[in-house]
Ligand binder design. Structure first.
Ligand SMILES: Nc1ncnc2c1ncn2[C@@H]1O[C@H](COP(=O)(O)OP(=O)(O)OP(=O)(O)O)[C@@H](O)[C@H]1O
Ligand SMILES: [Mg+2]
Length: 390
């Protein structure tokens, strides 16, 4: 990797400070050097990375252990639903934002005030995070799997990195890769020189591991089994070894607050619904590393109506009818009469479109959902809508 030039003797070095101390016996001092050549670099890119690595390692060793807060306060759950066998209200760790730097804070998700937590699902998600077991939520699209992980993190101040998987996801997208970048240096006469240098750009997994973030491997079952194998040591709580990385990034040890979670539309055993094109049949040994797996189903009708009302601003009365429509669709899908099903995501959009079309819920449902179906299925859905909304 490119070194930088000492303006005193032209030596190529990684750190001007170390070079001044060892070769020029501390004279001039770094401050004098900076005053004389204010535009000259004093650290190579490699040295900057090594310093960053040391800082992260130091942070790892004195990680924030969080403060336990009762789930009644944290999520507003009723005490009788979150009391353990010793009759104590369950608690979860909440981390201190004031100990985080800008890079951690950038990954802290915003609290969604309209998000309605399912008590059982939240307890399962928290168990995965608290016990440091990789957790997988799988199920129909739009049921709130990704948001569930995200909102738990938002309420407990855990920085959250969501990484999508596709058939084109490669190891390098997860681990990092060498890239050619341009570096500008200025010589003693003040002329700028642009050099092409190679730099190892860390991927999201090692960054989450070093910084103690929650890594959400989203749409896990879209990934190829051969690529998802990179996660195996990490899911076992072991260090990540990046063979191609420079020495300072070759072995990445997990920060104590690092967590691995995932979502998918299938449980890795293949798509049984015909809805999830692109999902892969997965390797059972890989999936066996998920310590906690939970299928996420549709919400209870009342809760789903409250979600739709909260997200769109419509009244509960109308939201309840929209949920009745959804239940008809889901029943028809399960019974094999239509070939697609409807998710909360589409219902929220339908409600919003309904509002802007002046209460035309039937059109809202067509725009947000039914127009995507075959003409025959669209017709069936429209009949449901007509019966409910006229
Ligand atoms: N319990 C809930 N409270 C409020 N909003 C919710 C809830 N569950 C889902 N939503 C909303 O529904 C939408 C879909 O949620 P999300 O994207 O998390 O679903 P998903 O299960 O991850 O879907 P996919 O399988 O397509 O990735 C989002 O707008 C989300 O905010
Ligand atoms: Mg999702």
């Amino acid at each position: 990797m490119a070194k930088i030039k000492c303006e005193l003797d032209g030596a190529m070095v990684h750190s001007v400070e170390i070079h001044l101390r060892d070769v020029h016996q501390g004279s001039p001092t770094l401050a004098d050097y900076r005053a004389k050549w204010p535009n000259a670099p004093i650290l190579s890119e490699e040295a900057k990375d090594a310093i960053r690595r040391k800082q992260v390692e130091k942070a790892r060793l004195k990680a924030d252990v969080g403060e336990r807060q009762p789930l009644t306060e944290l999520f507003g759950f009723p005490a009788d639903k979150v009391t353990n066998s010793q009759k104590q209200v369950m608690t979860a760790r909440v981390y201190d934002k004031s100990t985080m730097d800008a890079e951690d804070l950038a990954f802290l998700p915003d609290v969604d005030k309209d998000y309605i937590f399912n008590i059982d699902l939240t307890k399962i998600g928290l168990m995965a995070l608290e016990l440091n077991k990789p957790g997988l939520f799988w199920g129909f699209h739009g049921t709130g799997k990704t948001t569930q992980w995200e909102q738990i993190c938002a309420h407990t101040n855990r920085p959250f990195q969501r990484v999508q998987h596709t058939i084109n996801t490669e190891e390098a997208h997860v681990l990092g890769q060498w890239m050619v970048v341009s570096e500008v240096t200025t010589d003693a006469a003040g002329n700028e020189h642009v050099h092409a240098v190679t730099k190892f750009n860390l991927g999201p997994l090692p960054i989450a591991m070093m910084r103690g973030h929650v890594y959400c491997a989203d749409e896990y079952d879209f990934g190829l089994p051969s690529v998802l194998a990179v996660y195996q040591p990490v899911m076992e709580g072991k260090a990540l070894i990046i063979k191609d990385a420079p020495p300072e990034f070759r072995v990445i040890r997990p920060h104590p607050n690092f967590r691995f979670v995932a979502t998918g539309n299938t449980n890795g055993g293949g798509d049984e619904t015909g809805l999830y094109q692109g999902t892969q049949i997965q390797n059972a040994a890989n999936y066996s590393r998920f310590g906690i797996t939970k299928q996420v189903g549709y919400m209870d009708a009342k809760v789903e109506a409250a979600v739709v009302a909260g997200k769109s601003g419509i009244r509960m009365q109308e939201a309840t009818k929209i949920i009745q429509y959804a239940q008809e669709i889901r029943k028809s899908f399960t019974g094999g009469q239509i070939s697609n099903t409807v998710s909360p995501r589409e219902l929220i959009n339908a409600a919003i479109f309904g509002v802007v079309t002046g209460g035309n819920w039937r059109e809202g449902l067509a725009l947000a959902f039914a127009n995507r179906l075959s003409p025959a299925d669209n017709e069936v859905c429209d009949q449901f809508a007509q019966r409910l909304f006229g």
